[in-house]
Design a protein. Sequence first.
Length: 282
Amino acid sequence: MHRGKKVAVIFPTYNEKDSIRESILEYFSTGLVDEVIVVNNNAAAGTSEEVAGTGAREIFERRQGYGSALLCGLDNTDADLIIFSEPDGTFSGLDVPKLLAYSDDVPVVLGTRTSRQFIWRGANMGLFLRWGNWAVAKMTELLFNTTILTDMGCTHRLLSREAAQLLRPHLTIRGSHFGPQILMELLAHQVPFVEIPLNYRARVGESSVTGSFWKAWKLGWRMIFLVWEYRLGLVVRERTLWPDYLSTKPVPEPAHEGSGVYALARAVQEQPAPAPKTLTPQ
Ligand SMILES: Nc1nc2c(ncn2[C@@H]2O[C@H](COP(=O)(O)OP(=O)(O)O)[C@@H](O)[C@H]2O)c(=O)[nH]1
Ligand SMILES: [Mg+2]
């Protein structure tokens, strides 16, 4: 719960049997997450057994694909704040307060995995992926005159219910370049958003999307074509625009006792700093 708003985390799962349990528990441990929805996308045998007993709700999407799974999660939650993540150990539940804090200002908070100090040892974010993501993001920033963009493929992000509902009829991509379509539709609907650095850790098990150079190369080009399709106006649809942001910018209520992030901040203040050995950026 954050400022009286229900918070849900959506985990698409395909091949994360060995990390999914710990991922779910890490997100719940923040005390800020009301619901974890696992979207089983024909996942590895044994996944459901790992999810059982964690408190997460498991649903099933038969149509294969990263986009299919995330859309299924979106269609099956009534939360006010919806966080996309992955249960492969790469993203940290401890970043939830950061996403929530920015959600007070903007309806959509995107993560970036390319900030050097947030890339953990062993993370799949070598030179090619890091600078490739950065370059396509910068191209997009320039073409659409957006706020700072430094990553195209970060799953970890937050959408308010209002923004998700506005975009949903326009989200059609069921494969791995679903993430950039959200960005394109945000721009097309003029939904305010911001990008913030989030931790990116080593993956448990094999990556099936960006694990090989050629898969990542192909995905990169699909993203570039998608951005140009939108830029050239080839995706023409009727859209309801977000109300003028600066005249309707929400002014958050002052912090109160039960408010999630503030309660967490107080609790953190009272705890000793974590042991430095847990911090091993690249
Ligand atoms: N490869 C693949 N991943 C899927 C599929 N459906 C959902 N996913 C999820 O997409 C996310 C990204 O996949 P992953 O292998 O971690 O790729 P990476 O994040 O680029 O390293 C994971 O959470 C998967 O569970 C699918 O059909 N194929
Ligand atoms: Mg992953």
